[in-house]
Design a protein around this ligand. Structure first.
Ligand code: G6P
Length: 610
């Protein structure tokens, strides 16, 4: 995790670095820091959010600094503290480093350097990098050679930005396993972990690849591999809008992103509907008709909310296309000797396209010779680039740590994928047309649910004091129940569990009493009456029931303490509607409890460490 930034140009470096860090704060917010060159290295760093760092800094003093580096931290090695904050400075005080990743052999390197007289002041793995570069720069008599040699000694992952007070007009950046993007402005250059720190300066970017080092000076930049061979790079354009990274009047990014979902769902299906054929096209998949026919099994790999989207995908594809699907936690898949055969298709789902476990699982699958597709949001991310094909969800930047619009966009793409596959088997032309027509109506229906936010807020306030919640759903709404519970846990710190509604009686039922709110998803489908029975079981034990029901359903009121209605839709699109009230419910509960919705404790948006 963590966000790093480097800048060189002709503007106030302090301002650019701080601003960039704020844009990336969702990557980690345990501490932050910046370093510029003022004869020697001048560092400011502080435990806590970036506002803490800001209070240390008088930006007017940075008018004459035109280069520097910065860091926002999600702690791995060493507690959040001032001393463990980045940048870390080498023994001679000349080299400062910011690091995103984990140096696995840091302990060994630390011991070696200690025997050579180096002293360590932090508990981090990252400090070793600063000393190691100094050591080899002195040994080789050449800064870049020493730096490259030092990097070759590091095991683990890194995105790095490095400054050296002997070379005030130079920032060196390097990547192995952690994201790194170069932004090329008219008269300045930035390097950052994330596009959001770059797009207000330039849309021209270069994706730095693993094993590459970029030497950035006032006159331009040169990319090398670790053996100092020059590498030519392609400049690409990013089309994300600046609006995407502003709150635009909403109290929190999460609320803004919840409200964007009508639009983002539309963006996910726009141009992908084949109206004449009742089918869908997802061009980037790179699968011919012959390839599609051969698929015997699909394996989804993902983490967190993306894993829940994958579970929805499992229900969709099995029911509508008749193809067996397995959904694996990426973190488990990579260590369990997965059994993959020639006609299996692996589909990796990741909003960021950078999650370390998902990336590693994808590489594992690729190494086994299976075709791997990626469903991602971040253009140019590692998963997007390394997969054999795939599709973007086009949700725009998602800043709130708890994922909302990315989930519904992922599900939208999975609906299209299920239809595309299903039209070769179980879905008739007539049904294909019906489902797609229904999908086109979803943005408007999402708008109708959002208009009902005040009612959802009232319910949220009523239950905001609860210590535990249960979320229950059946079939395609079971993953939605899991997602509802995850949202609540993430942002309000209330313990919440998602279960298949019928499975409740095999354990969770023991937890039910008058203090336990139970959220049921009980829309009108083939399991509706089964879910009503489960509701009665809860009611009989005094539990409080909040029901997500289909508009016009009066029957459900009999068993519910509170009802939130969603418009009627086809089953295939229904998760896109039922999840919205659950997102709002957790949002309002978290706000009522005074939680920091966009930056919940201990979490980070993209987890680029194992
Ligand atoms: C983190 C985030 C979650 C996200 C998960 C997977 O845990 O806090 O919101 O769902 O990572 O991220 P990805 O980018 O791979 O979808």
């Amino acid at each position: 995790m963590c966000g790093i930034i480097g800048y060189i140009g002709n503007k106030n470096a302090g301002r650019i670095l701080l601003n960039g860090l704020k844009r990336m704060e969702y990557r980690g917010y345990d501490s932050s820091g910046i370093a510029v060159i003022d004869g020697g290295i001048e560092v400011k760093k502080k435990k806590g959010k970036i506002s803490e760092l800001e209070s240390l800094i008088d930006l007017s003093k940075y008018d004459n600094y035109f280069s520097g580096i910065g860091h926002t931290r999600w702690a791995t090695h060493g507690e959040p503290s001032d001393v463990n904050s980045h940048p870390h400075v080498s023994r001679n005080g000349k080299i400062a480093v910011v690091h995103n990743g984990i140096i696995e052999n840091f302990s060994w390197l630390r011991t070696k350097l200690t025997t050579k007289g180096y002293k360590f002041i932090s508990q981090t793995d990252s400090e070793v990098i600063a000393h190691l570069i100094e050591y080899y720069a002195e040994k080789t008599g050449n800064y870049l050679d020493g730096l490259l040699y030092a990097l070759s000694r590091l095991e683990g992952t890194y995105g790095l930005a490095i400054i050296n007070s002997d070379f005030p007009d130079r920032v060196v950046a390097a990547r192995k396993g952690s994201p790194l993007i170069l932004g090329i402005g008219n008269d300045d250059t930035l390097v950052a972990s994330d596009i959001s720190a770059i797009i207000e300066h330039t849309r021209k970017v270069i994706y730095v690849e693993d094993g590459e080092v970029v030497d950035i000076t006032k006159d331009g930049f040169q990319t090398y591999d670790i053996d100092k061979n020059k590498v030519d790079k392609i400049v690409e354009n990013v089309d994300w809008e600046i609006n995407g990274i502003e709150k635009q009047g909403f109290d929190y990014f999460m609320l803004k992103e919840i409200h964007e979902q009508g639009e983002t769902i539309r963006n996910a299906f726009r141009g992908r509907i084949l109206s004449d054929f009742g089918s869908a096209k997802l061009d980037g998949l790179n699968l011919s008709a012959e390839d599609l026919k051969k698929i015997k099994k699909i394996i989804f790999l993902a983490c967190g909310t993306s894993w829940h989207a994958a579970l929805v995908g499992e229900y969709l594809i099995e029911e509508f296309a008749g193809i067996p699907v397995e959904v694996e936690y990426a973190s488990e898949f990579r260590y369990k000797r997965p059994i993959l055969t020639e006609n299996d298709l692996v589909v990796v789902i990741s909003q960021s396209g950078e999650t370390a476990d998902t990336l590693a699982a994808m590489r594992e699958a690729k190494a086994r010779g299976v075709k791997v597709l990626g469903i991602t949001n971040v253009v140019g991310s590692a998963i997007a680039r390394e997969s054999d094909g795939g599709t973007y969800i086009h949700a725009g930047p998602e800043i709130g740590v708890a994922s909302t619009k990315a989930f519904t966009s992922q599900v939208t793409v999975l609906i299209l994928f299920a239809i595309l596959l299903g039209r070769r088997s179980l879905i008739t032309l007539e049904n294909g047309l019906k489902y797609l027509k229904d999908l086109e109506k979803i943005p408007e229906l999402v708008g109708r649910i959002l208009e009902n936010s005040d009612h959802i807020k009232k319910i949220a306030l009523k239950y905001s004091g609860a210590s535990n919640f249960l979320y229950l759903g059946r079939g395609i709404h079971f993953p939605v129940a899991l997602e509802g519970a995850l949202k609540l846990k993430e942002i309000s710190y209330i313990h919440a569990e998602g279960y298949p509604a019928a499975e409740m009686k095999h354990g969770p039922i023991a937890l039910i009493d008058e203090n336990m709110p139970v959220v049921f998803i009980a829309t009108k489908d083939e399991v509706y009456y089964k879910v009503l029975s489960n509701m009665q079981e809860v009611k009989a034990r005094g539990g409080k029931i909040i029901t997500i029901a289909t508009e016009g359903d009066e029957e459900v009121k009999e068993f519910s303490d509170d009802v939130i209605y969603v418009p009627e839709s086809e089953k295939i699109t229904s998760p896109l509607l039922t999840v919205i009230p659950l997102q709002l419910l957790s949002y309002y509960i978290a706000v009522e409890r005074g939680c920091d919705v966009d930056q919940p404790r201990n979490l980070a948006k993209s987890v680029t460490v194992e």
